[in-house]
Design a protein around this ligand. Structure first.
Ligand code: NAI
Length: 675
């Protein structure tokens, strides 16, 4: 029998229920309705047991998130699960892949649970600003310890089959054919245990909830969903008939929350940017060997990322000594990955066979891609590519990691401009998720698509960018830094600006970030490329450098730092410098509330982002938001600056108008934010 995406087949005395709803068997309305019909069909069949499995790469991996924005359609998942749980025929969940969210909730409604060894379990609703909505927080604590429930429901932990089995979550863990394992299990079916909704909670001890709540409260500002999930877990002290509906009601309420709407926008944005229109239908060039030129901070990080993803690497430095130094850094990075459990000891040992570090460019000959990360200097980079041209295949891809230089200048004169691209990694390159993929007007769609495929292989979030000063991320950052300095010149103090942004949800304020990165390079850049005369300049950053305050490494920058500590302290000296500057400029300081500070600094992000979209540098708002979320620590539960501005258009318009009036000629306001 077929009920939409759900089929029921009877064989011997068993009913086989299968869900086939690609790509991840999400619990769409059709799946829910199909399952409800399947329960009835199975009951009518008189089967001894029903084995529930899924087609494709995974068991049910969650809800259909696209349904979350609209009114719920019947039947609700919680009701379908109650039908399964109450059925006269015991259901056996036969699981593989990622049993997430609604998938795990369905499994908890089954009488028995069987899983392939590689199966993973999670309640990731918290990552979308939600609590589970179909009994996850109510049935799980009746099966496994509260510690594990807190980690999964509130912390979003993903748990492997072995651990879940040891915790009591599974009846059988076996091989890679869960249906065969379930069949074998059904041959000798144990007595049916009480339904989870009828059982007592595994542990009476709520200390895990209390400890997690304290931890979350200690974090200044953060998403609320982890706390809501703890509330829901506490409801297991109520009868299921009360706790279940309470969880469901909270889930439905949170679907409308700003936090959930923002997190869903971030989730969908990530999907959108992965497939820009420019690469649709393009062929890929195979990439197995990567040449990395320059083994400094970035080159070694990029090499580490490539090696961790199973690629071969030829790293080229200026001298043998430089190559050895780079090798030592990469080794230390890899050892760190082993320590963090990201890389097995065997794989670590095998990497030595696929990594060469040398001063000899000939080692690049068989590489598919070259990623250049030498000094930020056009002639140096040009010389590197001219040399690479002599050694590498004509169709090898040439990529530059430049932060600010024009890739067109770097690639000037290279044969095959269609194979040239920018791959702008962020530091540390083996950890940071963002990769800006920069296209020149000549870059072919095959080169771009290959850049995106490489990013995916490296586990990065790739965002397509055109060419402009600083590309998407650093251009926006520069605008925000300028706005932060205007705030200081006009009345706020750096310490207060940072505090306001931390209040909003950033881990660090903009001045703290500058202190952490160090001021020297930016100072040198300002001297080399002075800002145009019509842009209001604030010489305070230069004054800091002249006073030897280069940031964290000199224990002094915009803030003071006690030696060895990263905690910023208010600097009386800097505040005096600020007041002196105001005096010289004749500025009458005015007070800025924290809210004004946040509104202005967010408005500038959105405004620069909107200009970038209008100019066609970024494809859409989602691209700007993803850059900010994955490269610049924008709090994910606020969605990104474009999402935030779209939710708060009046405040954004007003803040931009005020800033443009106060610093005339210094801001171009996007069409979108002109009030
Ligand atoms: P770095 O100074 O740490 O490393 C540059 C390395 O290139 C040095 O080890 C140097 O010996 C080597 N090198 C110079 N000329 C060479 C040549 N002809 N052949 C082989 N090796 C050569 O610099 P970093 O920070 O790694 O930056 C490299 C590039 O990455 C620059 O273009 C920079 O703008 C860009 N970038 C830097 C980021 C950062 O956070 N530091 C972030 C993103 C991009």
């Amino acid at each position: 029998m077929q009920f939409g995406p759900v089929s029921v087949n009877e064989m011997d005395d068993l009913a086989f229920v299968a869900i086939d709803n690609p790509p991840v068997n999400a619990t769409s309305a059709a799946v829910r309705a199909g399952l409800a019909n399947a329960v009835r069909e199975v009951e009518a069949s008189g089967a001894k047991a029903a084995i529930l499995s899924c087609a494709g790469r995974t068991f049910v991996a969650g809800g259909d998130i696209s349904e979350f924005g609209s009114p719920p359609k019947d039947p609700a998942l919680c009701d379908v699960i109650s039908l399964i749980e109450a059925s006269s025929v015991p259901w056996i969940a036969a699981m593989h892949g990622t049993v997430f969210g609604g998938g795990l909730e369905i499994a908890l409604g089954c009488a028995f649970r069987v899983a392939a060894t590689s199966t993973r379990f999670a309640l990731p609703e918290v990552n979308l600003g939600l609590v589970p909505g179909a009994g996850g927080t109510q049935r799980l604590p009746r099966l496994v310890s509260m510690d594990l429930c807190v980690a999964m429901a509130s912390g979003g932990a993903v748990v492997g089959a072995q651990r879940f089995h040891e915790a009591g979550g599974l009846d059988v863990i076996a091989g890679d054919d869960p249906v065969a394992a379930a069949k074998a299990f059904a041959d000798d079916l144990p007595d049916r245990p009480a339904a989870l909704s009828k059982r007592d909670v595994v542990s009476a001890d709520d200390s895990a909830i209390v400890a997690e709540r304290e931890k979350l409260h200690a974090r200044a500002r953060g998403p609320q969903a982890p706390l809501h999930c703890l509330d829901a877990l506490e409801w297991v002290r109520l009868p299921f008939a009360e706790g279940g509906p309470k969880e469901r009601a909270l889930h439905m309420e949170l679907r409308q929350s700003a936090e959930s709407v923002a997190l869903r926008a971030a989730f969908f944005g990530q999907r959108t940017v992965a497939k820009p229109s420019a690469i649709k239908g393009a062929d890929l060039r195979n990439v197995e060997q990567v040449a990395i030129i320059g083994g400094g901070l970035m080159g070694t990080g990029i090499a580490t990322a490539c090696l961790l993803s199973g690629l071969s690497v030829a790293l080229i430095e200026q001298s043998d000594e430089g190559a050895q130094k780079a090798l030592a850094t990469i080794s230390a990075n890899l050892d760190g990955a082993v320590k963090r459990g990201k890389l097995s000891a065997e794989k670590r040992a095998a990497i030595d066979d696929v990594l060469v570090a040398t001063a000899d460019m000939a080692a690049t000959a068989s590489c598919d891609v070259a990623i250049e990360a030498v000094f930020e200097d056009v002639p140096v980079k040009q010389a590197v590519f001219a040399e690479l041209e002599k050694h590498m295949a004509e169709d090898a891809i040439f990529a530059t990691n430049t932060s600010y230089l024009d890739p067109l200048k770097i690639f000037d004169g290279i044969s095959g401009p269609e194979r040239c691209i920018g791959l702008h990694f962020f530091s540390p390159a083996h950890i940071m998720k963002l990769l800006e993929v920069i296209r020149t007007p000549q870059t072919s769609s095959q080169t771009l698509a290959t850049g995106f495929a490489l990013a995916r292989r490296l586990g990065k979030i790739a965002v397509l960018s055109g060419i402009c000063d600083g590309f998407i991320g650093n251009r926006i950052l520069a605008a925000q830094r300028r706005a932060a300095q205007y705030l200081v010149a006009d009345g706020a103090m750096p310490f207060d600006v940072d505090a306001a942004m931390r209040d909003f949800g950033y881990a660090m304020g903009p001045f703290e970030v500058q202190d952490m990165a160090g001021h020297q390079i930016a100072w040198a850049n300002r001297k080399a490329n002075p800002a145009p005369a019509h842009i209001r300049g604030v010489p305070l950053a230069d004054a800091l450098c002249e006073a030897g305050r280069f940031g964290l490494r000199s224990d002094a920058g915009w803030h003071d730092y006690t030696e060895g500590s990263r905690k910023p302290e208010r600097s009386a000296l800097v505040e005096q410098m600020v007041e002196d500057h105001r005096k010289v400029e004749g500025i009458a300081a005015r007070a800025f509330t924290r809210q004004e500070i946040v509104q202005r600094l967010l408005a500038v992000l959105a405004n620069e982002g909107a200009l970038i979209v209008e100019e066609g540098i970024a494809e859409d708002d989602a691209a700007v938001d993803q850059v900010q979320l994955h490269g610049y620590a924008f709090p994910r539960w606020k969605g990104g600056p474009m999402h935030h501005a779209a939710q708060n258009p009046d405040a954004t318009n007003a803040a931009m108008t005020a800033m443009a009036e106060e610093s005339r000629g210094s801001w171009t306001i996007s069409r979108r934010f002109q009030s």
